[in-house]
Each structure stands twice: as C-alpha cells, then as structure tokens.
Design a protein around this ligand. Structure first.
Ligand code: 6LJ
Length: 157
C-alpha cells in the first residue's frame, strides 16, 4: 500500500547496524537509482542492539562498497516501535534478528516483517553476520543483498 507520502519504504535491520543492514541499504539505494525510481523510496537501516549506536559502517563494509563505487554515511541507530508504522517493509537478515524485531513489534504495527533472504532467487535464506570473519564475509553479504534487492523489486513492480 502507498504511504501518505506516496513513497514506498523499507527498513533493513541487523544486530549492530554497521555491517549487513547498512550494506543492504546502500545496495538497495543504488539498485532503485539504476532503475530510475529512487525518488519513490524511503530507505533506512537500524540495529536490534545498542552495541554500535552512532557509529559509521564497519571499515570492511565501506571497503567492500567502495570497490563498487558505493558508500554510506549512515550512523547506527536502534529500531523503535515507531518504525513499525513508518516503514512498509522491515527486513531482518537472520532468524535472531527476526526474533528480536518481533520482540519490539507493537500491536499497531502495519509493517511487513520478513527475512530479506526470502527474496534471493538463489534461495539463500540467511544473510550471516560477518563481524568475526574477514573481507570474504562482507563480499558474500554484498552478493546476497544485491540478489535480494533485484528479487524484491521484481516481485513488487
Ligand atoms: N553478539 C554477538 C555476535 C554473535 C555471533 C556473531 C557475531 C556477533 C557480533 C558481535 C558484535 N560485537 C561484539 C560484542 C558486543 N558487545 C556484546 C555485549 C554488550 C556490549 C557489546 C557485533 C558488533 C557489531 C555488529 C555485529 C556484531 N556481531
């Protein structure tokens, strides 16, 4: 359904909001820009935790984005109950994110709360936390969120 602003809206969520969800936000923003529909979208990301509030994305994330000419100035923030009536879609990355998202979800939530990986044409449902790994983990997240962005837009347009 179209929100009052006429915009479609999506909030990407992960544990710390410095790795997976800001990468998904940056890649989705680039994808809608490529398709010429950027002005139709409100796009944001948030954390389920308080671990990194106020921090820029992880340097390994920024390096991965920079290789593709992308960047992010997002500062980590924690999800709020207002997000559930502000955003049409709220996408978690793994089942732990989904449990934590559903814990804060208010009774008047209107958001569709789903795993972003459910839109992956390759069927890789879970986007794992790359925090304790190396650059290859961020490359894998990049590939997954790119496929999911395409799959999601194909489904709703
Ligand atoms: N927790 C977990 C966990 C479990 C499995 C895999 C990754 C992680 C993991 C751990 C992190 N920070 C270390 C612990 C933080 N401190 C925990 C105790 C309270 C004070 C904060 C992350 C930080 C940013 C983004 C993703 C992160 N992911």
């Amino acid at each position: 359904s179209m929100a009052a602003t006429g915009k479609r809206s999506v909030l990407f969520v992960c544990l710390g909001n410095i790795c997976r969800s800001p990468m998904a936000e940056a890649v989705f923003r680039s994808t809608v820009k490529q398709k010429g529909v950027e002005s139709e979208w409100k796009i944001d990301s948030a954390a389920t935790s308080t671990y990194e509030i106020g921090k820029l994305p992880d340097p390994r994330n920024l390096a991965c984005l920079k290789k593709r000419g992308l960047s992010s100035t997002h500062r980590a923030r924690q999800i709020t109950q207002e997000d559930f009536t502000k955003f049409e879609y709220i996408f978690g990355m793994d089942n732990s994110n989904m449990q934590n998202i559903n814990r804060v979800k208010p009774k008047n939530s209107t958001a569709k709360v789903e795993l972003f990986g459910s839109y992956d044409p390759k069927g890789q449902l879970i986007i794992e936390d790359p925090y304790y790994g190396g650059d290859e983990g961020f490359e894998e997240v990049f590939e997954q969120v790119t496929r999911c962005s395409e799959g999601f837009l194909k489904k709703i347009y």
